[in-house]
Design a binder for this molecule. Sequence first.
Ligand code: DAH
Length: 338
Amino acid sequence: MSDPLQGLREGLAAIQARAAEIAAAVTREADLPEARAEFFGRKKGAFNPIMSELGKLSREARPEAGQLINDSKLAVEALFEAAKARLEAEALDAAIEAGRLDVTLPGRRVARGAIHPIQRVMDELIDLFGQMGFDLAEGPEVETEAYNFDLLNMPADHPARDMQDTFYLSGGLLLRTQTSPMQIRAMEAQQPPIRIIAPGKVFRADSDPTHSPTFHQIEGLWIDEDVTIVHLKAVLTDFLHRLFGPDKKVRFRPSFFPFTEPSVEVDIWDESGAEGKWMEVLGAGMVHPQVLRNVGWDPNKVQGFAFGLGVDRLAMTRYGITHIAHLFTNDQRFLSQF
Ligand code: DAH
């Protein structure tokens, strides 16, 4: 008995064979819709003529024929789904290949920061004074003439107030030329006993191989009812011995500062050169009675000493730095040594 669906079966088999060929030949995902349209497109779809044949079949044969066509459509659909999956996998492989990590390449070095030699010495000094009972105080780099000069007993005709040395700003302000104004600010802010250090930047209008327009000082102040020059000597000697070792030779020389009386300069014996030499490290003195009166205190009741320490030169001797410019040009080759 002949199979009434023989022709249909063959037709569908041919469509599927052709679909398998076409789906396998597609190389780009973007070409898939057009390839698919050859079978499912409304106008040119390969299944369309077969669907119209359906009407010519006998009533009994139709359900099976419909089933056959449906199965065939699903099979073709599956071919294109498989092609899509294949193309996606190929695209992923290509992307991975393109962005591939070469684990044999040498790594990229991460630049590591270092603490600047000035900050190192600062930290060390602040720590030492902290151990000796000094509190930390901070104040502005932009100061008034009153704090930077007048209240420190440096009258208007004092040579340090010369335009040559001071960076004046508008409005009667200036860049502080010393950390000494922190003495006044500390005495205004608290009652004796006062024992503070005030580290920070100071500014002067000179610049040559040994001077930078910005440098660093630490101001110290100890005020109480019975602080004498003996305390000054003991504290500063102790400090220098803690910093440089107990055998370091220390010398006190008479000097002059407008805001202290008497005043001294303190030297240490520097053995870094071929012949040793005295190197000045500190200015100091008993706070001038006029300075105490300037903040409203009675010099017969309270007294004390102040000192000022230059940090930059200390850092240079400490680390054997020969040129001051190294301290602020921020050359990585230099800084990374610390
Ligand atoms: N301010 C002074 C300067 O910059 C240093 C100084 C000397 C500070 C003596 C003091 C001091 O507190 O007592 O040259």
